[in-house]
Design a protein around this ligand. Structure first.
Ligand SMILES: NC(=O)c1ccc[n+]([C@@H]2O[C@H](COP(=O)([O-])OP(=O)(O)OC[C@H]3O[C@@H](n4cnc5c(N)ncnc54)[C@H](O)[C@@H]3O)[C@@H](O)[C@H]2O)c1
Length: 365
């Protein structure tokens, strides 16, 4: 049934990689490479079944296509999973075997870190292939993407403020930030630098304490974050936190944060819009990490990275414009913008561009 599945999801290529000596069972999924090489992280997870591993890699790779396309990157969408337990099944052979499979794809897929993988694992992959991003900084890697993602989230927020309130004065509004981890903490810092009122929660009390002590945020309980009187709800922890239980409680006018898959369902996305809340689509807002890592392909440059982050402001502006133009919710507008770009850019490649010379022809006399 795999052909039927990938016909539905629109994938180009799905590669099953097996090396019994290294104990490797991996799947690489290339969803769409119209815009460029399919870049996406490698996840290692003890999936209960093969089907679960396949479903995950297909879903994640498709998501990467949309994120890259909406962000104006010349990248396609791909992802890889290793079926195994990151706490017990890691070895040099495993990652080098995986690296050789990546290399065999000849640059059609470029890998990176994702859940269950760290920079040391990537070092092994890097021994077998150049098609790796997120390697150590000594090899030209880009380092921790979180500050870039937080800065990009700020750009998305300013675009949302402009559309909703006609100004970009971040400090004039209040924010409910869920999750003070790598991205959330940096985002809180940026908000507080602008003088904004920030409510914070996290399952880790020491991170909440840090946000209070270092940046002057106000701590609230894990559940109270949905009830506080804040102008903006900013999910920076888990996915699915905008759902049928939380949405009726939110008092905000804008949802803008770094977490992936914030809307539990499409119906909830429709409901968000119907309630007059402006939703800044997550994958456009949090693209800073992908943008940052993408620069490793040409040679990483921090200044270029910061310039690139600022394009998130314009990308969000375009999404809001499409939502308005087509009278659709913003989450659908983001998908439409991505699909339109893939379609248009694919078509510019259609005309035959000629050949420099006729290879292999022998001319007489
Ligand atoms: N790191 C990046 O550059 C990047 C890029 C794109 C998207 N994202 C997404 O942004 C989100 C945050 O990423 P991160 O790198 O900061 O991760 P992180 O693990 O450093 O931070 C997540 C924080 O959320 C907290 N948390 C978990 N469950 C919670 C709950 N129920 N209520 C409150 N807090 C809770 C955790 O304790 C942790 O501090 C994730 O959804 C991630 O997928 C991150």
């Amino acid at each position: 049934m795999i052909f039927e599945t990938i016909a539905q999801t629109g994938h180009e290529e799905v590669v099953f990689c097996h090396n019994p000596h290294a104990g490797l069972k991996a799947i690489v999924a290339i969803h769409n490479s119209v815009l460029g090489p399919a870049l996406g992280g490698l996840r290692m997870w003890p999936y209960a079944t093969e089907q679960e591993a396949l479903d995950d890699v297909l879903r994640l790779s498709r998501g990467m296509t949309y994120k890259a396309a909406v962000s104006g990157l010349n990248l396609g969408g791909g992802k890889a999973v290793i079926w195994g337990d990151p706490n017990k099944d890691k070895s040099e052979a495993l990652f080098r075997a995986f690296g050789r499979f990546v290399n065999s794809l000849n640059g059609r897929y470029i890998t990176a870190e994702d859940v269950g993988i760290d920079v040391n694992d990537m070092e092994y992959v890097f021994r077998e292939t150049d098609y790796v991003t997120g390697v150590h900084q000594v090899h030209g890697g880009s380092g921790d993407p979180s500050p870039f993602t937080a800065y990009g989230t700020m750009q998305g927020l300013m675009a949302a403020l402009q559309v909703k309130h006609g100004h970009e004065e971040v400090g004039k509004l209040s924010y409910a930030v869920q999750g003070a981890g790598h991205v959330g903490m940096q985002f809180i810092k940026l908000l507080r630098e602008q003088g904004a009122k920030v409510f914070v929660t996290d399952i880790n009390p020491s991170l909440v304490q840090k946000a209070v002590a270092d940046y002057g945020a106000e701590a609230v309980g894990l559940e109270d974050i949905y009830d506080v009187d804040a102008d903006v709800y900013s999910p920076c922890a888990l996915g699915g936190t905008v759902n049928e239980h939380t949405l009726p409680r939110l008092k905000c006018k804008i949802i803008c944060g770094a977490a992936n898959n914030q809307l539990s369902t499409e119906a909830i996305g429709d409901e968000v819009g119907a309630r007059g809340i402006l939703y800044a689509p997550d994958y456009a807002v949090n693209a800073g990490g992908l943008m940052n890592v993408s620069l490793e392909i040409d040679g990483y440059n921090r200044e270029r990275a910061m310039r690139m982050m600022r394009t998130i402001y314009y990308n969000l502006g375009k999404i809001f414009m499409i939502a308005d133009r087509d009278n659709i919710p913003t989450y659908k507008a983001a998908d439409r913008m991505a699909e339109e770009r893939i379609d248009t850019m694919g078509k510019i490649k259609l005309p035959y561009m000629g050949q420099p010379r006729f290879l292999g022809r022998m001319r007489q006399g």
